[in-house]
Design a binder for this molecule. Structure first.
Ligand code: TA6
Length: 321
């Protein structure tokens, strides 16, 4: 149940995929949206177990496909416990992954406990976003939030303002249900909203770690950033028998049509200013104080946003969808 690609028609891919990723049963796929469950990072007690849990290496089955209204396609994948999983993680469970590909990408993981004892789990929709140049990126929405700095012994710090990335960053932001926006100069912003999650991870491996990962191009850090919707660290969830928990991430991108309009208007203003010392007009700015490309609802309905069929892989090369 690993989304490997999402590209609205006429736009650049929204998700990043390593050109050196493997697509075999032994390795996780490097890019798209890996599913981390039932633990995040290294296993708390046994470092020999797979990093980020079992879900992203498992074979899921297609439970349902349907064409919804407009251009949206729904896919539901299922995975449950087995003798093999019980050996590693001794609990009954069922996971349903619902993905909707349309003008926006919706990922919704529902975790259920059909067993007779409670379990605690961590989850991450470990999403790799594609950017043109990380140097031009600003991540907005986490100002003032506390975060655990995974590169500094999990020291808890406070985010001052927006996030710019000029080195390795590996942070778990805590107590946040905020929408996060990936802004990039001259490109449509990517909006990431969520439910069922109070922690958000921001990761970029930068140079040295990129070179250490054999399925990651040495310069790959320049064109990606992970913003992950998670239940991690202090946000893990306990499911009592018969309980379920849903974690959901909605990814939308301002339509480039609107962005190019704004860019043209900005250029005209600049040339007027330079040419005739023109009146300084207030620039269109959103509430966060930075200009943003957001397609107004009306513009969206006027522009065909047919989406190229995204590709989803059920974590097994044999039955990629
Ligand atoms: O989400 C950030 C992180 O936990 C980093 O520490 C880094 O390890 C990344 O995940 C990728 O992990 P992976 O196991 O996919 O190489």
């Amino acid at each position: 149940a690993h989304v490997v690609h999402f590209q609205p028609r006429g736009q650049d891919p929204v998700l990043w995929m390593s050109s050196e990723s493997r697509f075999d049963d032994a390795q996780p796929i490097r890019g798209g949206v890996p599913l981390c469950w039932p633990w995040f990072g290294a296993h708390p007690a046994d470092s020999s177990l797979p990093q980020h849990g079992l879900a992203r290496l498992a074979n899921w089955e297609v439970a349902k496909t349907s064409q919804m209204t407009g251009d949206t396609t729904e896919l539901i994948m299922r995975w449950g416990d087995s003798a093999a999983t019980q050996q590693v993680w001794p609990h009954a469970f069922e996971l349903l992954m619902r993905v909707c590909f349309g003008e926006e990408l919706t990922l919704e993981l529902t975790i259920s406990n059909p067993g007779d004892k409670a379990f605690e789990c961590a989850t991450a929709l470990h999403t790799y976003f594609a950017v043109e140049n990380i140097a031009d990126v600003t991540i907005v929405g986490l100002a003032g939030r506390r975060f655990m700095d995974q590169l500094d012994n999990d020291t808890v710090k406070i985010q001052s303002g927006s996030i710019r990335i000029g080195q390795e960053v590996d942070r778990v932001y805590l107590d946040t249900e905020d929408e996060v926006v990936i802004e990039e100069t001259g490109r449509p912003a990517i909006h990431i909203s969520k439910t069922g999650s109070k922690s958000t991870v921001v990761w970029n491996p930068w140079i040295a770690k990129s070179q250490r990962m054999e399925d990651f191009p040495d310069l790959g850090y320049q064109t990606m950033v992970c913003v992950e919707t998670t239940n991690a660290e202090t946000d893990t969830r306990v499911l009592e028998p018969s309980q379920s928990h849903g974690i959901r991430q909605l990814v939308s991108r301002a339509h480039p049509y609107r962005c190019s309009q704004l860019a043209r208007r900005r250029q005209r203003l600049e040339s007027i200013k330079q040419g005739r010392g023109g009146r300084q007009r207030s620039r269109q700015r959103n509430s966060r104080g930075s200009s943003e490309c957001r397609t107004p609802r009306s513009a969206r309905t006027n522009i065909a946003c047919c989406n190229a069929p995204a590709t989803l892989r059920s974590a097994s090369p044999r039955n990629s969808a």
